[in-house]
Design a protein around this ligand. Structure first.
Ligand SMILES: [Zn+2]
Length: 415
C-alpha cells in the first residue's frame, strides 16, 4: 500500500464532517492536484469522545461513498504505541508509530555497539547534497545519537511487526513520529534515525520529526520562520540522501504534525516541496472542530447558544482543560473575554473572534486556543451537541469545506 506524494491528515473529533472535508480534496483534484485525505484520531481523543477506531473507518468509507471518491484515502491510527495499538489494527491502514517516550533512553550496549560499527564509515566529513552544509561526524557523535534514538527505533520496529503480523505485508502505511519530544532533531540525527529505521526493516513512508519553534494548537506558528525553513529544507535533503544510502522506500516523505493552521510556514513548505520535488504529509486535525463551533455560532439560535455554552464552560474550567495541553497552547488569560461579555455576542462577533483570519481585527488567538481544548464540553453536551451538528449541517459544512480548501490545501499544495 503506497501513500500518494501529497496527503493531508484531517481529524474530525465528532465524526460528522467527513463529507465536507472530502469535498475540499475533490475540489483540489478537479484543479489537477491529487491529495490523499487521511482521517486521523488519537487514542486520547477516542477516550475523551468515547469513540472507537472503527467509527473513523465508518465515517471515512461513508464520505468516500457519498462523494464517489475514487482515489486513495486512509484511516490513521494516530500516535499509537505498543500499549494501545491492538484496538486500531483492523480499522486503520495508516499507523503513526509514536516512540517519543523512548527517545533519550539508551538501548542495550550490544545494539549500540553494533549500530556504531555498522555505520562507522559515515564517521567523517559528510557532505549531504542539498543541505548546503558539510557535517563533521565522529564515532563519538555517532554513538551519542545511537544512545539517544536507537531504543526508540527498536520500539517502532516492535509496533510495526505487531501490526504487520495481523494486517500482512504491504497492507498499510507506516509513519514513525518523534514530534512530541523536547528538542528538534538535527539533520545528522535525522540521517542516523533513518539508518536505524532501515536496520529495523521498517518500510516507513513518512517520518515526523520535531521542528524548531512552537506548534500551538489551532493557531499560527510561533518561532523563527527562516530557521524553520532551513531545517525543513535540510530534512528534505537528508531524506533524499538516506533513501539512496539505506534503501528506504523511495516515496519516504516528511510528515508535519502541525497542530493545525501553521499558515506562516505554509509558503516556505511549498517552496521547498517544489525545489526538492518532494512529497508531504501534513496533519491539521483540530481545525475542523473549531469550524464546527464557527458554524454553530453563525447558525444563530440554538447553535449560537451552544457555541457560547462551550466557551463559558471552558473558561470556568480553564486549568482542567488546558493542563493536558500545557506544552502546545499559549493562552494569555487576561486577553480572554469574560463569560458575561460573550453572552451578549451575536453570531458575527462570535464567529470573527474564533475564525483564523489574522487580517480581521476581531480575531482572538487566545479565545481560539481555549475553544480548541474545550471539546470536552461538547462531549458532555452529548446528544444535544450531535443533534445541533445535524440541524446546522449546511452552515457548518460550508465552513469546514472552505477552511480545509482555502486555508490549507491551497496554500500548501496548489499555490
Ligand atoms: Zn504529532
Amino acid at each position: 500500500m503506497i501513500i500518494p506524494k501529497y496527503s493531508m491528515g484531517i481529524g474530525d473529533r465528532f465524526a460528522h464532517e467527513g463529507k465536507a472535508q472530502l469535498k475540499a480534496f475533490a475540489k483540489a483534484k478537479e484543479m489537477g492536484v491529487e491529495i490523499a485525505p487521511v482521517w486521523n484520531k488519537s487514542n486520547r481523543e477516542h477516550q475523551i469522545i468515547h469513540t472507537q477506531p472503527g467509527d473513523v473507518r465508518k465515517e471515512a468509507d461513508a464520505a468516500v461513498k457519498a462523494l464517489g471518491w475514487k482515489n486513495p484515502y486512509f484511516v490513521d491510527a494516530d500516535h499509537i504505541s505498543l500499549k494501545n495499538v491492538d484496538g486500531f489494527i483492523s480499522a486503520s491502514d495508516f499507523f503513526t508509530l509514536d516512540v517519543a517516550d523512548f527517545t533519550g533512553k539508551p538501548a542495550d550496549e550490544k545494539s549500540i555497539k553494533a549500530f556504531v560499527d555498522k555505520h562507522a564509515a559515515y564517521a567523517r566529513k559528510l557532505d549531504i547534497p542539498g543541505t548546503g552544509e558539510v557535517f563533521n561526524i565522529t564515532k563519538e557523535s555517532l554513538e551519542k545519537i545511537a544512545r539517544k534514538y536507537l531504543l526508540a527505533i527498536q520500539e517502532a520496529g516492535k509496533i510495526f511487526r505487531k501490526v504487520e503480523s495481523v494486517k500482512g505485508k504491504d497492507n498499510f502505511v507506516t509513519e514513525v513520529s518523534m514530534d512530541e519530544t523536547d528538542m528538534p532533531q538535527t539533520p545528522v540525527e535525522m540521517f542516523f534515525i533513518l539508518a536505524a529505521i532501515a536496520d529495523e526493516k521498517i518500510p516507513a513512508q513518512t517520518i515526523a520529526p520535531k521542528f524548531t519553534g512552537r506548534f500551538n494548537k489551532g493557531v499560527d506558528y510561533v518561532g523563527n520562520v527562516a530557521q524553520f525553513e532551513k531545517e525543513f529544507n535540510q530534512d528534505l535533503a537528508v531524506i533524499a540522501f538516506a533513501v539512496k544510502e539505506f534503501g528506504l522506500p523511495k516515496n519516504l516523505k516528511l510528515s508535519v504534525h502541525s497542530g493545525s493552521d501553521k499558515f506562516s510556514i505554509y509558503g516556505p513548505i511549498r517552496k521547498a516541496l517544489i525545489k526538492f520535488d518532494a512529497g508531504l504529509h501534513i496533519k491539521t486535525a483540530g481545525t475542523t472542530w473549531l469550524e464546527e463551533c464557527i458554524g454553530l455560532a453563525e447558525a444563530g439560535g440554538e447553535g449560537l447558544d451552544i457555541a457560547k455554552q462551550i466557551y463559558v464552560n471552558a473558561l470556568g474550567r480553564f486549568d482542567e482543560l488546558c493542563g493536558p495541553y500545557a506544552t502546545v497552547i499559549d493562552i494569555k488569560k487576561d486577553k480572554l473575554p469574560s463569560a458575561d461579555e460573550v453572552k451578549t455576542w451575536n453570531s458575527a462577533k462570535f464567529a470573527e473572534t474564533l475564525r483564523h483570519d489574522q487580517k480581521c481585527k476581531g480575531y482572538n488567538p487566545n479565545f481560539r486556543q481555549l475553544i480548541h481544548v474545550g471539546y470536552k464540553v461538547a462531549v458532555e453536551l452529548g446528544p444535544k451537541y450531535y443533534a445541533a451538528l445535524e440541524k446546522y449541517e449546511d452552515v457548518i459544512g460550508r465552513n469546514v469545506y472552505q477552511n480545509v480548501f482555502e486555508r490549507h490545501l491551497k496554500p500548501v499544495f496548489i499555490g
